[in-house]
Design a protein around this ligand. Structure first.
Ligand code: J2J
Length: 525
C-alpha cells in the first residue's frame, strides 16, 4: 500500500525467525469453541459459530457492495455487535478499517476519508442529537453503510450475502487496520497496523494478562480504541476463546450490573473511570466478586489510588502504558505490589527496544528522566501518508519518538514522568494543542491562541485555552467557543474546559510560545 513504511528487511527477517511474526491474519482471530458465547451486547448473545457466520456473511456483503481488498473504510460505530461484526468482516475481506471514535465529527471524519481516499464509511444512525447520516451526505465516499435507520443509504443489515467462496486472504504483511494517533499536529495521523504486527500485539498481550477461555472481558472504553480492541482487548479474548461483554460506557450504573450479571473477570479502564469505581462501591451494591483484574491505562494512575484497588474492588490492578503507535508496557500479574503501584509497567516484548534520551538525543544515565524512543515488532515505522511528519517523529534508525518523558528502573519498568509533546491528556482522551489552536484562530474575535493542560484531580488534566483578542473585540465565553467549535465539526472532547484572556504569550528563547510559563500562570493565579 502506498504511504506505508515497511520494516527494514533485516529486522523483518529477525521478527519472523524469532517467532514474533506469524502468518496468522486478523480474520482468523475467532478461535473459541463453536458453541461458546463469544459476544454479549444488551440481551443479545452470539456464540463463536454465530459470530463467525455473521462476519463471513457481512464480508460477502461488502464484496457484493464493491468494497475490495486493499480498500480503506472509515468505521465509526459505538460499542455494539455491529462494530465487532463490521471489523471482522472488513479484515476478512482485506479492506482496512479506519477506526474513528463515535465522538468524532465532520472535521475529523472528512479529513480521514480524504487522506485515505476511503471507499466507504460505516456509521450508526444517530448519537443522541447528532445525526451521522446528515454528516455522511457531505463525505467524499462511494458507499455509506448505516447501522440502524439508514435513510437513503445502505443498511448494515443488508450488507449480507451467502459466503460462497472464501475471499482471497490478505498477506500477513498487509495493513490490517488503521488506528488514530492522539496527535500533536494540526491534523490527526493514521497508524497503519499490519496483520502480523497486530496479531502479535493481541496474542502476546493475552498471554501476559493471563487470558483464557474462562475470561469474561467487559468493554467500557470505545471498542475502536487500541486498549479495548487489542491490549489484549476484544481481539485478545477472541483469540483465547473467552467471552466479550460490551457496555455502552464505564459509568458504574451501567458497568456494575453487567459485571454482576455476566460474572465479568477483566475490564480495561482509564484513570477517571477507575476513580469513579473506587467511589461508587460505597453507594452501589452489585456483586463485583467475579472481577479478577482491572487494567488501568491511557493516562497516569496515581500510586496511592492503584494501591486501593485490591481492597476496595477486590481485584488485582494492572497498569498499562500503551500507545496506538505500538509499544505496550504492562505491570505483570506476579510483579511485587510496589512495582504494580508505582510504575506504568515494562515492555510487552523481549524484542521491544527502548532508549531514554536527552534533548540532544543522547542516552541519559540509568534511572534518569528522558524522552522514550522505541522500536520493535509491533511499533509503527511511519504514519500513513505523512512523510514530513515522519521525518520528525522517527530517528534515522527507525525509533519512534513517543514524546513521553520516562524513567527506567533496573527491572525495566518505566515510570511516566511527564510529556514533551504538545498534547493534552484529558483523562485518557488525547487533544493536539496545535489542532485546537488552529480551530480557535478561525474565530473572528481571536487574534492568537495557545492551549495547555491544567492539572485536575479527576481527569488528570483539563484543557485551558489562552486567548489574545483582536483589537476592540469582546472576549467570547466558554459557551460561545463551544458553539463555534461545534459548528466547525470538532469532536466535543476537544472543547476547552476553561478560557483565559491575555495580552501576550510568554516566549522561549527561540521565540516559541512557552507552554510551561503559560501553565505556571494558572498555578500562580
Ligand atoms: C501515563 N501516560 C499514558 C499511562 C498511555 C493501552 C493503554 C493506553 C493506550 C493509549 C493504548 C499511559 N500513564 N499508563 O493505546 O493500548 C499516554 C502516553 C502515550 C499516549 C498514547 C493502549 N498510557 N499514556 O493511551 O494512543 O502519552 O493510547 O504516548 O490513546 O497516552 O495514547 P493512545
Amino acid at each position: 500500500m502506498d504511504g506505508v513504511t515497511a520494516w527494514p528487511a533485516d529486522l523483518a527477517a529477525r521478527y519472523e525467525a524469532e517467532g514474533y511474526w506469524s502468518d496468522r491474519v486478523l480474520g482468523g482471530v475467532l478461535r473459541g469453541a463453536p458453541g461458546k458465547t463469544a459476544l454479549v451486547t444488551g440481551d443479545d448473545r452470539l456464540t463463536y459459530a454465530e459470530l463467525y457466520l455473521r462476519a463471513a456473511r457481512t464480508a460477502a456483503g461488502f464484496l457484493d457492495l464493491g468494497v475490495r481488498k486493499g480498500d480503506r473504510v472509515v468505521v465509526q460505530l459505538p460499542n455494539t455487535a455491529a462494530f465487532v461484526v463490521t471489523f471482522l468482516a472488513l479484515v476478512r475481506v482485506g479492506a482496512a478499517p479506519i477506526l474513528a471514535l463515535p465522538a468524532h465529527r465532520e472535521s475529523e471524519i472528512r479529513y480521514l476519508c480524504e487522506l485515505a481516499e476511503a471507499s466507504a464509511y460505516v456509521c450508526a444512525d444517530r448519537d443522541g442529537d447528532f445525526d451521522y447520516r446528515a454528516m455522511a451526505r457531505t463525505l467524499p465516499v462511494e458507499h455509506v453503510v448505516v447501522d440502524g435507520d439508514a435513510a437513503e443509504f445502505t443498511p448494515l443489515a443488508k450488507v449480507d450475502a451467502e459466503p460462497v467462496a472464501e475471499p482471497e486472504p490478505p498477506a500477513p504483511s498487509d495493513v490490517g487496520v488503521f488506528l488514530l494517533s492522539g496527535g500533536t499536529t494540526g491534523l490527526p495521523k493514521l497508524i497503519p497496523r499490519t496483520h502480523r504486527d497486530y496479531v502479535y500485539n493481541l496474542e502476546a498481550s493475552a498471554e501476559v494478562c493471563g487470558f483464557t477461555s474462562s475470561t469474561v472481558y467487559l468493554v467500557v472504553l470505545p471498542a475502536a480504541h487500541n486498549f479495548a480492541l487489542a491490549c489484549p482487548g476484544i481481539l485478545g479474548v477472541f483469540a483465547t476463546g473467552g467471552t466479550v461483554v460490551l457496555a455502552p460506557s464505564g459509568s458504574p450504573d451501567e458497568a456494575f450490573p453487567l459485571i454482576e450479571r455476566e460474572r465479568a473477570t477483566v475490564c480495561a479502564v482509564v484513570p477517571p473511570i477507575a476513580l469513579l469505581w473506587l467511589d461508587a462501591v460505597t453507594w452501589q451494591d452489585e456483586d463485583l466478586s467475579s472481577l479478577q483484574l482491572l487494567q488501568v491505562g491511557g493516562a497516569k494512575f496515581a500510586a496511592e489510588r492503584a494501591a486501593e484497588v485490591p481492597d476496595v474492588l477486590g481485584c488485582q490492578v494492572q497498569q498499562v502504558f500503551g500507545m496506538a503507535e505500538g509499544l505496550l508496557n504492562y505491570t505483570r500479574l506476579d510483579d511485587p505490589r510496589d512495582l504494580v503501584e508505582r510504575t506504568q509497567g515494562r515492555p510487552l516484548s523481549p524484542a521491544d527496544e527502548i532508549r531514554v534520551v536527552d534533548a540532544d538525543g543522547a542516552q541519559v544515565a540509568p534511572g534518569e528522566t528522558g524522552e522514550l524512543l522505541t522500536r520493535g515488532p509491533y511499533t509503527l515505522r511511519g504514519y500513513y501518508r505523512a512523510p514530513e511528519h515522519n521525518a520528525r517523529s522517527f530517528t534515522p534508525d527507525g525509533f519512534y519518538r513517543t514524546g513521553d518523558l520516562v524513567r527506567r528502573l533496573p527491572s525495566g519498568h518505566l515510570i511516566v514522568e511527564g510529556r514533551e509533546k504538545d498534547q493534552i491528556n484529558r483523562g485518557g482522551d488525547k487533544i493536539s494543542a496545535e489542532e485546537l489552536e488552529g480551530h480557535l484562530l478561525a474565530h473572528p474575535a481571536i487574534h492568537d491562541a495557545a492551549v495547555v493542560g491544567v492539572p485536575d484531580p479527576m481527569m488528570g488534566e483539563r484543557t485551558c485555552a489562552f486567548l489574545i483578542l483582536r483589537d476592540g473585540e469582546k472576549a467570547p465565553d466558554l459557551r460561545d467557543i463551544k458553539d463555534f467549535l461545534r459548528t466547525r465539526g470538532v469532536a466535543a472532547y476537544k472543547f476547552p474546559d476553561r478560557l483565559e484572556t491575555t495580552d501576550t504569550f510568554p516566549r522561549t528563547p527561540v521565540g516559541k510560545v512557552s507552554k510551561k510559563a503559560l501553565t505556571a500562570r494558572i498555578h500562580s493565579s
